[in-house]
Design a binder for this molecule. Sequence first.
Ligand SMILES: NC(=O)c1ccc[n+]([C@@H]2O[C@H](COP(=O)([O-])OP(=O)(O)OC[C@H]3O[C@@H](n4cnc5c(N)ncnc54)[C@H](OP(=O)(O)O)[C@@H]3O)[C@@H](O)[C@H]2O)c1
Length: 334
Amino acid sequence: MPTFRHVSLDRFGPPDVLHVVEDPLPEPGPGEVRVVVEASSVQFTDTLIRAGNYPDVRGPMPVTPGYDMVGHVDAIGAGVTSCKVGDRVADLVTIGGNATHIVRPAVGLVPVPEGVDAAEAATLVLSWVTAWQAIVRTGGLKAGETLLVHGGMGAVGQAAIVLGRRVGARVIATARASHADAVRALGAEPLDYRSDWLASVKELGGADVILDGIGEKLFFRSRAALKPRGRLVAIGVSSLAKSGFARMGIGFLFAIVIHPWLPGTKRSFFYGITQLRKKDPAPFREDLAKLLGWLADGSLKTHVARRIGFDAVAQTHRELEDGGLDGKVVLIPD
Ligand SMILES: NC(=O)c1ccc[n+]([C@@H]2O[C@H](COP(=O)([O-])OP(=O)(O)OC[C@H]3O[C@@H](n4cnc5c(N)ncnc54)[C@H](OP(=O)(O)O)[C@@H]3O)[C@@H](O)[C@H]2O)c1
């Protein structure tokens, strides 16, 4: 019987719950295709899922992590006309990407140019689309404005710096002090996140748009760094990740409910890629296709910090939680 390999967890918990297992190869049902995965990311959001801190994934078990994937279609189910065996595709899958194969609805797949590197393409699906949509679609960033990116050496942060510069904005980015040169090389003015970055941003004139996936002090410090008509785009509360689901919920409550209603001319938004795509899949498809086009024509460079095999996934989760990585980690299934 043909089989496939995938990362799996039987219960939420620390990185040790992750195992590599072999199971019978699934067949696509009506409207579905099976994809041979070339590359899938291993990123901070996967650690939230693994720990049981991600509201959209509460079971059932077992769960295979991996929020995105790039690969080739190798089998199609009844009624599929939008793609054929051999097509190269990408998808935002939330779970299931860290595998040699995955079955997906054909309708959500985005074509991937044959010439691009699979790992670089995989970096675009979650992290770069998030960065683009959060700063441009939600934040309304324009040329000549100032963008503040928190976590500038992170997977989303690096994308936001590059894309903010591409829009024509001045970009300031917080990061650990040892990453200052790398942040500068991406095109941003670095600020040590352990320093009084708020005072420094104010000295630099404040920010028109802030991308905040950290949520430190429940986003109030970021809000204070905005210019009078500035826009805060909250995307996550990683600073609360180690304190558990309930406290993260309080962080999201502030980002989604409290901040948007605070009085004054400063505006606050919460951006969530999966929720937006569920409401309307068109912008996700359009933006991923645009980013893939830029990658294919050479006008966009992405940075893959590390390419790993299945056996390194659990260790990567540990490192993502401890901090200090310099960008995106991509699993190349072996
Ligand atoms: N809403 C959405 O649709 C969406 C989509 C994707 C991601 N996210 C969220 O976005 C956030 C970032 O994701 P990611 O994949 O880019 O994670 P990541 O790769 O782990 O990057 C996070 C970065 O933040 C830095 N950091 C840690 N503490 C900080 C602080 N106090 N101030 C400023 N920076 C700090 C880290 O630096 P060191 O490692 O050097 O300490 C790291 O470089 C997470 O909260 C994630 O859940 C949301």
